[in-house]
Design a protein around this ligand. Sequence first.
Ligand SMILES: [Zn+2]
Length: 68
Amino acid sequence: MTNRRKHLRTCRRKKKYGTEQDAKARARGLWRQGIRTVTYLCPVCGGWHLTHAKGSPLSIFRQLEDQP
Ligand SMILES: [Zn+2]
């Protein structure tokens, strides 16, 4: 399976957010429930999705707080 096909399948399953701010707001809400997610720009639809976070909690938290 090519990378693009994989992204396409993932994209269809996921909720799409129109802006990074929307996605981050949702990610923060999940964080309060103990669900660690990070935002990423989707190469398929051009929208933003959430994915389960990998790495240390501190680095993920910094990523969430890092507003432009
Ligand atoms: Zn997408």
